[in-house]
Design a binder for this molecule. Structure first.
Ligand SMILES: Nc1ncnc2c1ncn2[C@@H]1O[C@H](COP(=O)(O)OP(=O)(O)OP(=O)(O)O)[C@@H](O)[C@H]1O
Ligand SMILES: [Mg+2]
Length: 357
């Protein structure tokens, strides 16, 4: 009987192995977005965020883990870091039992915190894995994009977090730490994720180019880093778009700039000149042209901002203009009309420029 069972088990494992090889073989041809394909698989692969990596590595070696709060700009590795750490802590099998991942796409009102999170937190866990390796005697609840949780829901977490501290660790992730209520931040170790250094981004991009067999120029990589402003996800996405557009040819700076929707400096200089020394009618035409060309107003403003800072205007003029920029930016975020907002901004530039210093 035992021999039969052994035989059966061998037989049943064999086709499984083949099956396992099947999808992974197909995976190579499957078009996966590069941001997913090159997402760090282990904590060591996370670049530039040394403090967090050090703490997580300690806990991988068996030390206790505090409740965590990750905050920082988009595309700096927050989600990737905790997912990689959780995977390393528990291995693929236990992962599903031990990690509860909720993000902004899930319902996270007070009701869900009361039921789902609380129930999950109350479960007790063992300190070993099925494969015999030790694993931490706690579960992890990841609340991604926590800044979009209502204050009531956040408040409901307070007691749960303390009461279940024996069996559960929380990891809150957000872009704006100011939107997390004070009592929660004080229960967590806070880690700021810095925008990635230019050089680190360049290294990553070059690595991806080499793995994907892309031809590139040095300037193109520098341009990718510049347009993505410390957001590696943006840089990788742009790289993939340029690679698709380009086919076999070299990736060059001009293609990157085209893809990223950067407004040509000449066009902006022209707009500023009109503001300084021309009529309102001409300004109207110039702004209309820009919007009709399809350039995003937010992009125009962000580039104009950098230019205005360098212009030879007085401090008073610059501050008036940049204050208006902030106002316009907020209006645009709220869905205001791009043309009207741009006109409103340009009129202020015109007005300021016409006043003597
Ligand atoms: N520090 C990093 N090291 C290595 N890769 C990174 C790093 N930061 C970002 N990336 C790359 O960018 C992609 C997006 O990262 P991730 O999803 O972790 O960003 P995030 O900080 O969670 O952003 P968001 O605030 O928008 O959720 C990853 O797939 C990875 O390829
Ligand atoms: Mg994220």
């Amino acid at each position: 009987m035992q021999a039969f069972l052994k035989g059966a088990s061998i037989q049943s494992t064999k086709p499984q192995k083949d099956k396992a090889a099947g999808p992974s073989g197909e995976k190579k041809n499957k078009p996966v977005p590069w941001v997913e394909k090159y997402r760090p698989k282990c904590v060591d692969e996370v670049a530039f965020q040394e403090e967090v990596v050090a703490v997580l590595k300690k806990s991988l070696e068996g030390a206790d883990l505090p409740n965590l709060l990750f905050y920082g700009p988009p595309g700096t590795g927050k989600t990737s870091t905790i997912l990689a750490a959780a995977r390393e802590l528990y291995g693929p099998e236990l992962y599903r039992q031990r990690v509860l991942e909720l993000n902004a796409s899930d319902e996270r009102g007070i009701q869900v915190i009361r039921e789902k999170v609380k129930n999950f937190a109350q479960l007790t866990v063992a300190g070993t894995r099925t494969d015999g390796k030790p694993c931490p005697p706690f579960k992890i609840i990841i609340l991604d994009e926590a800044d979009s949780m209502t204050n009531a829901a956040q408040a409901a977490l307070r007691r749960t977090m303390e009461k279940e501290s024996r069996t559960t660790r929380f990891c809150l992730i957000c872009n704006y730490v100011s939107r997390i209520i004070e009592p929660l931040t004080s229960r967590c170790s806070k880690f700021r994720f810095k925008p990635l250094d230019d050089q680190i981004q360049e290294e990553r991009l070059v690595e991806i180019c080499e793995k994907e067999n892309l031809k590139y120029t040095k300037e193109a990589i520098a341009a990718l880093v510049k347009v993505s402003e410390g957001d590696l996800r943006k840089a990788i996405t742009f790289l993939q778009s340029t690679a698709r557009l380009n086919g076999e040819k070299d990736i060059t700076e001009s293609i990157v700039i085209e893809i990223a929707g950067v407004v040509p400096t000449k066009m902006l200089n022209n707009l500023l000149q009109i503001c300084y020394s021309s009529t309102f009618d001409k300004l109207e035409i110039a702004v209309k042209n820009m919007i009709d060309e399809g350039y995003a107003a937010t992009q125009i403003i962000s580039q104009l901002h950098d230019m205005i800072i360098e212009e030879s205007l007085s401090d008073r003029q610059k501050s008036a203009i940049t204050e208006k920029m902030a106002e316009v930016d907020k209006c645009l975020a709220d869905g205001a009309d791009e043309y009207l907002q741009m006109m409103s901004l340009c009129s202020v530039i015109m007005q300021q420029a016409s006043q003597s210093n």
